[in-house]
Design a protein around this ligand. Structure first.
Ligand code: AMP
Length: 591
């Protein structure tokens, strides 16, 4: 049975496998290795995952969700129609699409996976990722850290010890890790990051900048509605990507706003330097994180043998330049930065699946874990002191115990409150849960001893057990947020059945054809747009009607000229133009 490696990214996801000692990313039927981490429902209620969902994002943001990974481990709800979904339920849809992709490519059933998460992910986020896998019908054999996966993919294993900085800047998360690779062992020495920083932020800054430029150019504001802003954001992302390879690039969006009845187009040239000015402060933050990771790992920049870049946003020239200036050496290139995490996950999956791949993985925990305790000082008892039981960057799996004693005479109970973080004041850290040990025997302060045991497993799940030394009374806590609790088998079955229903046919993420005119197959979205266009025609003023008719004529020509209408780029462009036109017409009507 094959085990797949999955990079479940904020922006994009991939699935990879080791076969005959070779590791490769499995492409979808469209030949694309990357599956955008985007989920939506079409207007007919059909589930869309990946590129199709992304395509409708601008036109239907209320039925489409991106960057769900940012919400993993919370109870943030995404509403599609009259149904609400938790983040791990949306992630399960992406995982199921990847599973189907792998099954189609390999011609066999896939039920086991290794999934990567940022090194900085909390327990709640890791647990939510695991639950997402389970709902999708994948047994998650291991959750591994993305930088560790990347280092594995770069195949840096040599007999000498190499110290590597892995700088991972993706769409929604930033992570920097210092790893040490000796022979076949990859060890994360330290990691830092910000799971709310990435290319999406650059897109938003550029979006605001474009809105400013539009105002300066036309003297009016762009409409503030979701659809216009979504289009602007999409244009901003494309502009950002273009500016990675060009010093100047032009953004063009037709019918984005209006002045009275006159439609306004956005057409602006932006310099790479302008983008750099906008994102510079965020990149400075990433350099500070590098410094913190190096300090934690007890290393000077000169002691780093290699820098590897991971994540689509590291294609931005300024990112590479700032890292090089900061650390005094150029990053290694070679592997596509967006695929190396998936490749590394596949290597680890191969090891677990019994393939002959030579790699051993050692991971560390990203935050210190401990409990709130009271300490006795000359000034009296100080509560809310954070007593770390497992220090951050401990190699996992790890188990540690501490013994605590009561602080009051005849104390009847103790509350074990578990936190993660680095602050000496417990309540300033992230609370993970608590439980109470009651009915303690009435004894003087300091005489009842309670051992608190922390067990952190390979998947980043923490189990806390307390044992009262005298009577052997026990309490246990498995850390998971209320919102991401492991589902009971009944709930899991139900969630899986719901997902199965959405995916009931293999065709679910394909666009199924529909007949038009001379038996030419066109996509349902286009058919829908044409319908709306025909209805809109009589309501438009002469000038707009003429413009629309012209567009419809071009589309008809393109449909007839194309043997396979779904694949004509001209048609895709015309379709986008029609969608924009109709959107503009409808907002104008509403005014
Ligand atoms: P990842 O999460 O690694 O797939 O990275 C996705 C992010 O990389 C998105 O924010 C993309 O806009 C961004 N990205 C991809 N290619 C480029 C590029 N050539 N230049 C700048 N950003 C890019």
């Amino acid at each position: 049975m094959k085990v797949v490696g999955i990079d479940l990214g904020t922006t994009n996801s991939e699935v990879a496998i080791v076969e005959n000692g070779q590791v490769r990313v499995l492409p979808g039927e469209d030949g694309d290795s990357i599956l955008p981490s985007c989920v939506g429902f079409s207007d007919t209620g059909k589930l869309l995952v990946g590129r199709e969902a992304l395509r409708q994002y601008a036109a239907a943001p209320e039925r489409t969700v991106k960057s769900i990974k940012r919400w993993m481990g919370t109870d943030h709800k995404t509403t599609f129609g009259d149904k609400e979904y938790l983040p791990h339920e949306v992630a399960a849809m992406i995982l199921r699409a990847l599973q189907q992709r792998a099954e189609k490519a390999l011609g066999e059933t896939i039920t086991q996976a290794v999934i990567t998460v940022p090194a900085y992910f909390t327990d709640a986020q890791r647990q939510a990722t695991k639950t997402a896998g389970e709902i999708a019908g994948l047994e998650v054999l291991q959750i591994i850290n993305e930088p560790t996966a990347a280092a594995l993919a770069y195949d840096l294993r040599s007999e000498e010890t190499e110290r590597v900085v892995v700088y991972d800047l993706g769409g929604g998360t930033f992570d920097v890790s210092v790893v040490e690779i000796t022979g076949e062992v990859t060890e994360v020495l330290a990691s830092h990051g910000n799971n709310r920083l990435g290319g999406d932020d650059f897109d938003r800054l550029l979006q605001l900048h474009l809105a400013d430029l539009f105002r300066q150019q036309h003297g009016v504001d762009l409409p503030d509605d979701a659809a216009t802003q979504a289009r602007l954001l999409r244009a901003a992302e494309q502009l950002k990507i273009d500016l990675s390879s060009h010093a100047f690039a032009t953004v063009r969006e037709a019918f984005l706003g209006s002045k009275g009845k006159t439609p306004l187009h956005l057409e602006i040239e932006v310099a790479r330097a302008d983008l750099e000015k906008l994102i510079h402060p965020l990149l400075v933050e990433t350099l500070e994180a590098i410094d913190r990771a190096l300090t934690d790992a007890n290393l000077e920049p000169e002691e780093i043998d290699r820098i590897i870049l991971v994540g689509g946003s590291t294609r931005i020239p300024l990112v590479q330049q700032m890292i090089q200036e900061h650390l005094g050496q150029a990053p290694t290139d070679g592997i596509q930065p967006d695929l190396c995490v998936a490749l590394g996950a596949a290597l680890q999956a191969g090891v677990l699946g019994g393939e002959s791949v030579d790699a051993i993985l050692v991971d560390v925990i990203p935050h210190s874990l401990g409990i709130a305790a009271a300490i006795t000082t000359p000034m009296g008892i100080m509560p809310d002191y954070f007593s770390a039981i497992i220090p951050r960057n401990s190699v996992v799996p790890v188990s540690r115990s501490h013994v605590y004693s009561t602080v009051f005479d005849e104390q009847e109970a103790v509350e074990i409150e578990v936190f993660q973080g680095e602050n000496a004041i417990a309540s300033e850290n992230v609370p993970l849960g608590s439980f109470r040990v009651e009915n303690l025997p009435p004894k003087p302060a300091g005489t009842i001893q309670i051992e608190v045991h922390f067990d952190f497993d390979l998947n980043g799940i923490l189990t806390v057990t307390s044992t009262e030394k005298g009577k052997g009374q026990q309490g246990t806590l498995v850390v998971n947020h209320a919102s991401i609790q492991k589902l009971s088998s009944h709930d899991l079955k139900q969630a899986r059945a719901d997902l199965d229903a959405l995916f009931e046919s293999d065709e679910i993420i394909e666009i199924s054809g529909e007949e038009l005119g001379d038996a030419v197959e066109i996509a349902p979205e286009l058919a829908e747009l044409l319908n709306r266009a025909r209805q809109a025609l009589p309501t438009l003023d002469a000038e707009a009607a003429e413009e629309l008719q012209d567009l419809l004529d071009q589309i008809e020509k393109a449909i007839r000229a194309s043997a396979n209408a779904n694949q004509s780029t001209e048609l895709t462009e015309l379709q986008a133009e029609l969608s924009d036109f109709l959107y503009y017409a409808s907002t104008n009507e509403a005014e």
